[in-house]
Design a protein around this ligand. Structure first.
Ligand SMILES: C[S@@+](CC[C@H](N)C(=O)[O-])C[C@H]1O[C@@H](n2cnc3c(N)ncnc32)[C@H](O)[C@@H]1O
Length: 206
């Protein structure tokens, strides 16, 4: 079956969940969204509140949420359907697999990695998603001048990320405009609790 036809009928039916024809080949964003447009990816999109709000704000862009928990994927898809947004897809898969194998090189304009699971206990740090290898994969999928937006409430995780980033070809972008973005669900909790939030915006430089 022609993949473009398959994806566009899914869009017409208002189904935001993306079930790729193959999990062993990179996806084709233009076919999935039935148009060419800048792609933003929300890595660990949770219940999709941020993804859907941003997609409503920027209808001229395509938005892909990636999330491993089925309940959250369903919740994100339901929000996209209620808002009748044709520019949202949600993929249920493990993040590092998706970034390494499913997103094509230089295909993404903006990556959002917002409040990745913190794993605060020292003995659990090795479960954290951000590693040098993961950052290298993020760099590879970003288009030239593409942005990586990171946020966490964990000071030590942020410091580790900053150290890992310094070995990669990214430039820091001053982000004085965090309020232009909708708040994520976790961000709302942290803001309400008065917790510190550490942010970083990076630009791919080579
Ligand atoms: C702390 S929550 C933050 C959710 C959302 N970004 C927000 O700020 O509200 C982290 C999310 O990432 C998802 N997640 C964590 N590790 C993941 C992985 N390896 N692959 C896919 N999703 C993952 C979790 O299931 C969870 O929904």
């Amino acid at each position: 079956m022609d993949e473009g036809v398959q994806y566009s009928s899914a869009a017409a039916a208002g189904k935001a969940e993306l079930i790729p024809a193959s999990y062993f080949e990179p996806i084709d964003p233009a076919a999935i969204f039935a148009r060419l447009a800048p792609l933003e990816v929300d890595l660990g999109c949770g219940n999709g509140a941020f993804l859907v709000a941003l997609a409503a704000q920027f209808p001229e862009r395509n938005f892909l949420g990636i999330e491993r928990l089925i309940g959250r994927v369903r919740s994100a898809c339901a929000k996209a359907a209620r808002a009748n947004l044709p520019n949202v897809r949600v993929l249920k898969v493990e993040l590092s697999y998706a970034v390494k194998y499913l997103l094509p090189p230089t295909s993404v304009a903006v990556l959002h990695l917002l409040f990745p699971d913190p794993w605060p206990k020292q003995r659990h740090h090795r479960r954290r998603i951000v590693t040098a290898d993961f950052l290298a994969d993020l760099h590879r999928v970003l288009a030239r001048d593409g942005r990586l937006r990171l946020a966490t409430d964990q000071a030590d995780y942020f410091e580790t990320i900053r150290q890992l980033i310094s070995t990669q070809p990214f430039a820091k972008v001053d982000d004085n405009a965090a309020e232009r973005f909708p708040l994520t669900t976790f961000e709302k909790h942290f803001v309400a609790a008065g917790a510190p939030i550490y942010r970083l915006v990076l630009r791919k430089v080579s």
